[in-house]
Every structure is written in C-alpha cells, then in structure tokens.
Design a protein around this ligand. Structure first.
Ligand code: NAP
Length: 493
C-alpha cells in the first residue's frame, strides 16, 4: 500500500457541493484535496445521462451566484449543458489538479490523539486530513427494488438498468420498454423515448402532480441582453428565486394554498389526455407538494401516446420474458428501466464514519435518526461537515443556494478553529438537539407531513430527515454566521 497522503481538508465528491467548497478553500488559502469515485467531475450531472435528463429548477437560479452564465440555452437546462457549466467552472478555477479520480471513500476514522481524519478509499489509498467535508449528497445511490426474477430475465437476454446508470449500449429503438416509476426522472424519460420504442409499458405506483411548463429555447437576443445589460440577469435570478420561495411558503406554512396548484395539475392532464379512464388513473389523491411537484409539457402527451400503456397493477415479479403484475397478466419486455429513485434515508450507511472514541455514526443515526447541527456538523464528531446533509434538501427551490450557504459556514468553522489556536471543532449536543427539536416541530405542519402521501422525504419512522423546514432565506440566516456558543473546540495547537 502506498504512503498516506496528507492534506488539510478532504472533500468528497465533485458535484456542485464539492467544486463550490474547493473554490472557497482555494480562495481562503486552505490546502485541500477532492476525492471523486468516478473518472470525471460532475456528480449528479455526470451520472444521470438518461434521455431527456434536465433540471426542474431554472438554470439562472440553479447555478453558482458567483459564476453567472448569461447564455443558458433553456430556462430549464438539459443535463449536457449543466455538466458543461460545471466543467467550465472546474477549469476556470483550475480545480482538476486537486481531484483524485477513481477514489471511492470506504471508511473515515477520527483519531482523537492526532486530531486528524484517516480516510481509506476502496482502492486502499489512505488520506490524512484535519477536516473532512462530504459533498456526496443523498441522491447518488440508485435504488432498484428487489423484484424476484430479475437475474433470470437478464440470463434470458433481457436488459435492465437504473435511470441514473443508463446503458447507452442498449438499443431501445423498436423495442418493448418498461419504465418502472413515475417520479422526477421517469416523467422526463417517457416523452423522450416514446417516439423511438415499439411499446412503452409505464408502471405507476403513485401518480405525481405534474404542472405545465413550456421550455422553449431562450432566444439569442435575450441571451445577449443578459450578457450585456447590467442587472438583467440578476433581476431574472431574483424573480425566479422569489417565485419559488412563494411555493415554499405554501409547502411549509400554508399547505391548503397548494390546492391552487392542483387546479393547474388537473388542467395539465385534461389538456393532453382525452381518455377519461386514463385521466382518472393519472390524478393524484394527495396534496400537491407532498411528493416533489414535477413540471412538464410533454409527459402526459407521452402517456397518452398509443404506444404507451399505463399499468397501475402492482408488479409481483419479473419473469424470463417480462413483468408479471398482481392481476396475473404477464407482459413481454425487452428492456426494463428502473426509474425508481435513490437510497436516501440510508444513504449514509454506505460509508463507515467513525467519530470520537471510535463511535460509529451509522449506529448513532440508526438509533437516533439522521440529524446534524444546522444540517452540516455533528455533535461530538470533530471537524466533519456535510454539504446537503440531513434536512437541507428542498422541495421548492435551488439546492445550489443551500450549498453556498453551507460552504460559507464550513469555511467560517475552519477559520474559527485557526483563530482559537485549536485543532478541532464540533457542535455541542445541546445546540444540535435544540436545533433539531425546533426543526422537527416546524416540519409537522408542512405538506410533507400533512399531505397524505408517503415519500422518500420521510424515514422508516415517518420523520422527515431530508428537507429543510422553511424558506431558503431562513436557512441562509441560520447559517450566515457560525455561533461559537454552539460549538466546542478541542486539541490545543
Ligand atoms: P423518485 O422521484 O423517488 O421516483 C421513484 C418512482 O419509482 C416513484 O414513482 C415510485 O413510486 C416508484 N417506485 C419506487 N419503488 C417502486 C417499486 N418497488 N415498485 C413500483 N414503483 C416503485 O425518483 P427519481 O425520479 O429518480 O427522482 C429522485 C429525486 O431526484 C427527485 O425527487 C429529485 O429531487 C431528483 N431529481 C431531480 C430532477 C430535476 O429535474 N431536478 C430530475 C430527476 C430527479 P412511489 O411514488 O409510489 O414511491
């Protein structure tokens, strides 16, 4: 095994979080490295290459505030343009030289005596760092339901893959394709592939609320206006921000207001689906926003296409020839696409993190529920930081805004350690507990708890461990400055 590699701060991941954190540490002159499991940068926007992959938050908002791009081609950009943007940012700041590619973190252990993290990757390389910052997020481990019979289907020549691991070597043109799931990824895939395939079987367990959204290309003239007239792009960003915040207000404070959105969702179905029975099956029976509100002008057209069959019977098993549902019907399939989401509430179990005294964070979170102080730091676990950690996801606005708030907070914590002449910092139990008690109390009245659905936002105990409980400006306020009284330093230098 090669020698351990020393650095001051170790960042995991090269998505928006990891790259943004790298830029901030570079600006502050803190020595750092970034570990990336893949062979390129980009996180979500590198991994998800399924047909139609796009962001459902407008790019003028879903981008770094300090790196505006006036010439986005679409209001809601497609994956290649977002990945290009990230690559451009990485190149501009010379970040690639800090990245160790092909390094998948397996285990991280805090050594009390050294005040250092020892991080070991699956390849066996050890890194030693004072600070460990996870920019891995929670939506990166594909969840494939354990249907019986998948292995036999594959042995018999069928193809199957997850939406986030799209196999571009598999030909879908002229094939019978089954898409399982009707969430954010599926509604982008369906309209994109329906023209190509011979038959599209769409397996829906719970219908989504899908709002209309025209996504025409932004004319070159308008792009020029954003590039040349000062303030126009910032004005657009502000407009997008506040429109989304108003939806956040409804979701977190007045869920009844979301009934207005439901009118729009129903109208969207009526506009594109003639068949009354099909409309009925597409109509959700929970409050809009309880699951992520989706938007598309093309999804329902794809579902109403004569080549599409919407199947709402439960899948009982996969057979060598296709998929069998609870009504006993077996449909022949050539390719199965699992658009079935990600491991979220258990995403943290895939890395062993051992904190002070060797305490296993997974054990603690299994016992107490996944929680952190202000979604970033963890009581009694020194110098560990999460970007987009517990309860900092969003159902209504750009997570890049959250990430930037967190990056600033982490940088402040590192500076505070140096200023105090110490080596380590961790929030107190009291601070973390009181933060989470208030957070969970606020979450009780949100649409995610009251909306009458089950979603990946909730853990096995029905607690929301995924989303922030209020507006994003409130999170900005909550993380604007690190409150020293909430923290304890250790390890005098
Ligand atoms: P998702 O929204 O969680 O959807 C998963 C779908 O699979 C749901 O319809 C779910 O049904 C279904 N499903 C899961 N297990 C199943 C089973 N055993 N049998 C039948 N159906 C099953 O996952 P996703 O579409 O990958 O999106 C995940 C998240 O990624 C989104 O919420 C969003 O935050 C993000 N995303 C964002 C964008 C974007 O534009 N920004 C695009 C894609 C994804 P139930 O609803 O009944 O559970």
């Amino acid at each position: 095994m090669s020698q351990p590699i020393q650095t001051r701060a170790l960042i995991i991941g090269t998505g928006f979080s990891g790259l943004g954190m790298g830029i901030e540490l570079q600006r502050r002159g803190v020595d750092f490295l970034i570990l990336e499991k893949a062979d390129d940068i980009g996180g979500t926007w590198r991994d998800n290459t399924y047909p139609g992959c796009a962001c459902d938050i407008p790019s003028h908002m879903y981008s770094f505030s300090f790196e505006p791009k006036p010439d986005w081609n679409y209001m809601w950009s497609f994956q290649p343009e977002i990945l290009d943007y990230l690559r451009g940012v990485a190149d501009k700041y010379g970040l690639r030289r800090y990245v160790r590619f092909g390094e998948h973190v397996a285990r991280a252990q805090w050594e009390d005596t050294e005040n250092r993290w020892h991080v070991v990757t699956k390849a066996g390389q050890e890194y030693v760092a004072q600070f460990l910052i996870s920019g891995a997020g929670a939506l990166h481990i594909p969840a494939i339901p354990e249907f019986e019979g998948l292995a036999e289907f594959l042995d018999a020549g069928g193809a199957a893959f997850h939406s986030a691991q799209w196999d571009h070597n598999v030909e879908i043109a002229g094939k019978r394709v089954a898409v399982i799931g009707t969430g954010a990824s599926a509604i982008q895939i369906v309209p994109e592939i329906v023209g190509e395939v011979a038959q599209l079987q769409l397996y829906q367990r719970t219908p989504a609320w899908v709002m209309p959204r025209p996504n025409n290309a932004i004319p070159a003239g308008l792009q020029k206006v954003f590039a040349t007239i000062p303030g126009t792009r910032a004005l657009l960003r502000a407009l997008i921000y506040w429109i989304h915040e108003s939806v956040g207000f409804a979701m977190t404070r007045q869920p009844a207001l979301l009934k207005l959105g439901e009118l729009l969702g129903r109208w969207n179905i009526r506009m594109h689906v003639r068949d009354r029975e099909l409309r009925r099956r597409l109509r959700p029976h929970y409050r809009a926003g309880c699951k992520r509100i989706l938007n598309s002008d093309t999804y329902y057209r794809g579902v109403a296409d004569p080549k599409t069959e919407l199947i709402t019977e439960r899948i009982v098993r996969i057979t060598p020839r296709g998929i069998r549902t609870a009504d006993g019907v077996e449909r022949d399939v050539d390719v199965i696409v699992f658009a079935t989401g990600f491991h979220v509430s258990d995403s943290y179990t895939y890395v062993d993190i051992l904190g002070a005294d060797g305490e296993d964070l997974v054990d603690r979170w299994n016992r107490e529920g996944v929680q952190a102080h202000r979604g970033i730091t963890v009581a009694d676990v020194p110098n560990l930081f999460f970007l987009l950690g517990p309860n900092t996801g969003l159902g209504h606005n750009s997570v890049v805004f959250m990430i930037e708030s967190q990056i600033r907070y982490v940088a402040q914590a590192i500076a505070a350690v140096d200023k105090a002449g110490m080596q380590a910092i961790a929030p107190t139990r009291t601070a973390q507990d009181s933060f989470n008690a208030e957070l969970q109390h606020e979450l009780e009245r949100t649409v995610w708890s009251t909306g009458g659905c089950s979603s990946w936002y909730l853990d096995d105990h029905g607690k929301n461990r995924a989303l922030w409980s209020g507006m994003t400006w409130q999170y900005w306020l909550a993380t604007r400055s690190l409150k020293l009284r909430e923290y304890r330093f250790s390890g005098r230098r």
